[in-house]
Design a protein around this ligand. Structure first.
Ligand code: NIG
Ligand code: FE
Length: 417
């Protein structure tokens, strides 16, 4: 297999000899780097790295591709631990409705929102859905994402939830970047069960979960724990049923109101609780005694004009925080992780170091991948990106929306999918 050597790297960022699984509190301000560095990859993995001052002589040039990275930075790819990139069409009409005064909740209450996407997805064939999702999958990899979690949740029926999960499996089976699949049948109450929520919960537990287990279609189970969707009690029952079927919990928690989602997530040993706009001081205490990763989704905060989650307070009280895109048609129609770094810095007052730690190692932790991706560490996957000529890593969030990524490498190969 091709060997790869990157030399004269202006700064090699997020270098960890022994990579921790997650980074918490004050340590999030530390982002280890090597200036004027080299990086070697072999068999799709990071083989070695160091300073150009100690560059070892090369004896075997056979099959060695050398890239000169003068004035450019190299970073490990982002890990995006919360997305909904499998969906049909878009909801641009609702975007305009919101500008004209309707709220996200009002749109949902009149049958729009998630139910709108579900209706469209029901009418879309698996192949067509795959083609639409593939475009987004390639797009986010070109934007620097090197590991991703993808949720179902726009099916809301046995057939359509399975259809979504099979599309996620097809993306996983491309073997480009690591993909984790999350079953989010409890994303909304479908129209057919409007007056019978318990009936839908029974369908999730008794029909969907056994089929998902049988086909091995999911790694995680998620619930939208929110007023008008699923209560904390219902969330717990659904998550526990998921655990019985071999799935690990995640939760959409405290997004539009204080829903007790964090408490439920900690009790159910969720790997992450995501959103957190209404996270309370008591929730922060609960999280401190857990292995659950608090995950912020600034794209949804920006797009829906939501409250800011108390991220500074979380980090200052010693918690880790992860950053993900929530790429979906309703609340965050973008998966540009570099822009999420900008929002984390500008809106939530994370330092660039904290934001990069949140978007790499910590978001990898939120999908059990921090032993494989998220840092420049020998033996981890060679999933990294080379920037254009820029001053330093703070330039990435500074230069918001401008794409500073020149090339993305996945498993040691330039990504050109
Ligand atoms: O994470 N909050 C719930 N689910 C998605 C939005 C879904 C949608 O509007 O389509 C989210 O923001
Ligand atoms: Fe989401």
């Amino acid at each position: 297999m091709q060997k790869l050597l990157l030399k004269n790297i202006k700064t090699l960022v997020q270098v960890r000899e022994d990579s921790p699984l997650k980074i918490s509190g004050k340590d999030m301000k530390i982002l280890p780097c090597i200036d004027n560095a080299w990086l070697a990859c072999e068999n799709g993995l990071i083989a070695d790295f160091g300073s150009m001052d100690d560059f070892p002589g090369i004896t075997d040039w056979k099959d060695l591709e050398v890239i000169d990275c003068s004035n450019k930075l190299v970073l490990p790819c982002y890990a995006d631990s919360h997305t909904h990139i499998v969906y049909a069409g878009n909801r641009v009409g609702e975007f305009v409705d919101r500008i004209n005064g309707l709220s996200y909740e009002e749109i949902a209450n009149r049958g729009g929102g998630i139910l709108n996407s579900a209706e469209l997805l029901n009418k879309t064939s698996e192949d067509e859905l795959y083609e639409q999702a593939l475009v987004r999958f390639k797009e986010v990899i070109h934007l620097g994402t090197g590991a991703i979690e993808i949720k179902s949740g726009y099916g809301l029926s046995v057939d359509s939830e399975l259809k979504m999960l099979r599309v996620i499996k097809r993306l996983k089976d491309l073997n480009w970047i690591p993909v984790k699949a999350t079953f989010l049948g409890a994303h909304a109450i479908p129209k057919a069960f409007k007056e019978n929520k318990q009936g839908y919960i029974n369908l999730i537990i008794n029909e969907m979960l056994p089929l998902i287990l049988k086909e091995g279609l999911a790694d995680y189970i998620d619930v939208f724990c929110e007023e008008g969707y699923f209560s904390a009690e219902e969330t717990k029952i659904i998550l526990q049923a998921g655990v019985k079927h071999g799935l690990i919990p995640k939760i959409h928690a405290e997004q539009l109101s204080h829903s007790n989602g964090i408490k439920t997530g900690v009790e159910c040993k969720a790997i992450s609780v995501d959103h957190l706009e209404f996270c309370s001081d008591a929730d922060i205490e609960l999280l401190k005694n857990s292995n659950t990763m608090p995950t912020i989704l600034p794209g949804a905060v920006f797009f829906l004009n939501l409250l800011f989650p108390p991220v500074r307070k979380m980090i200052d009280s010693g918690l880790p925080v992860a950053l993900a895109s929530d790429y979906n048609p309703g609340s965050s129609p973008s998966g540009n992780m570099s822009f999420l770094l900008s929002m984390a810095c500008v809106q939530h007052k994370l330092t660039p170091e904290e934001a990069i730690n949140a978007a790499t190692i910590n978001s990898a932790y939120a999908m059990h991948l921090s032993d494989q991706v998220g840092s420049i560490t020998i033996g981890k996957r060679a999933n990294f990106f080379i920037t254009k000529e820029i001053n330093n890593y703070a330039f990435i969030p500074y230069s918001f929306v401008n794409n500073v990524i020149e090339e993305v490498y996945i498993n040691g190969n330039r990504f050109n999918g």
